[in-house]
Design a protein around this ligand. Sequence first.
Ligand code: PRP
Length: 217
Amino acid sequence: MSGIGSDLLKVAMPKGRIYKQASKLFREAGLPIPSDFDDTRKLIIELPEAGMEFIMAKPVDVPTYVEYGVADIGIVGKDVLMEENKDVYELLDLGIAKCRMSVIGLADWKPTIHPRVATKYPNVASAYFRERGQQVEVIKLNGSIELAPLIGLADRIVDMVETGQTLRENGLVEMESIFGITSRLIANRVSYRLKNDRIQSLCDRLQEIIVSNQALN
Ligand code: PRP
């Protein structure tokens, strides 16, 4: 059943590294999310007091759920939004899960005749090199991207850098930062019209918290 016709506001929440920060922000905005939700393996969690239902999603799938309207809104990193390029509204920069998308290589990197770039983000990487008129072969991997230059699969990678620890521990260097990443609140286009009051009031509450958190930092 589509989320659009339902009375609960369906929220696609990314499991993993964004979840803790996103749930903290929601709690600060007054939503009663019990702390035992943080470790649950349940995939659909109702919060009837808040008129919400959380869909616990793999982060990369959040824009798909929202585009199809099975979730009215969702939380997703700018990295995934850029890569997936789905037809959704980007409503708010939540300012959480800050990191950056970068080109990375070995410290002694030199241009090669047939450059290969490994990444979880083939669309982002292809666009980046295309815009610079550089021909590269983009190899899609699903994780541990930093392995690629270490074992000779690719001479560079395009990946997220947060603390830089993974790079340091593997003797890699950041060659260029492509864009900054934070998590965003996104909405289905139809839900945004039909459930506008609720979505807008959630946005307003979150915005207040974001601004006051920024003032503290
Ligand atoms: C991400 C990213 C880097 C690392 C960056 O991987 O792909 O490998 O985090 O973080 P750092 O700068 O703080 O070291 P993730 O932990 O999501 O796992 P993955 O290798 O399975 O993609």
